[in-house]
Design a protein around this ligand. Sequence first.
Ligand code: OMP
Length: 260
Amino acid sequence: MKSIEKYYLAKERFGTSLCIGIDPDIEKIPHIFPKNAKGLSEFSRVIIDITKDIATAYKINFAFFEIFGADGLKAIEEILTHIPEQTFTIADAKRGDIGNTSKFYARSIFEHFNFDSITVNPLMGKDSIEPFFSFTNKLVFLLGITSNSGANDFLKTKSDNSLLYENIFSKSREWFSDDNLGFVTGATQINEFIRARELAPDNLFLIPGVGAQGGDIEQLKQHKLNPCLINVSRGILFDSTKIDFAEKARARALEYAKLF
Ligand code: OMP
């Protein structure tokens, strides 16, 4: 099955656009878990166990695992086997390199780990992202307009009579099929979100920045959100870091799932 079809099925099944971000910050996980890759894996698996009937997707951010090297990558493998088959998965790895190298990044994420999708940094251009799209059954989220303040530094500057982020949306749509092409659009960037939807009306948007980063979901909901996945990481994972952390994470996930 193509990843885009899996997204639509998962969304119908769980009835929400909620994507839970698996960002197990070693400094923040509750003290009952060991401060190593095993601890990250155990904590993440508890979070999945108590939210797997709620979330349409999980996004695993590699940074939190890579600090433990090979053990961290093993933890990602363990966590993936814990995610229900019908749930959509995103490798938040933000890859991108010359084509010859990207080919192997793509093989790692799609062949070895078997994620449904990946986040990719498009700034090295077409040849750097093409290898990800050669997996025609998978989905690639290009960083379109990011949620951080640094989005002003390059993405919102003029390039070719448009803004750089606008070119990312329009050029990549010329190059790749909409079925494989998604975009990251930060919830904190409301005006750019509206423009992004004009440029890519039906592409799947991954929308981070709700919760800890303060993105205003009510404002976003006044515009065409769908198709989308809205990611919340810290706002669910670390609502409590005490013994009641799982209960609190579930309650938060339910709240968010109802909201969008
Ligand atoms: P919270 O702010 O804790 O909800 O986490 C947001 C998650 O989304 C982190 O994993 C970020 O790395 C990721 N993210 C952004 O916050 N902003 C972006 O523009 C892009 C991403 C991403 O690609 O997922």
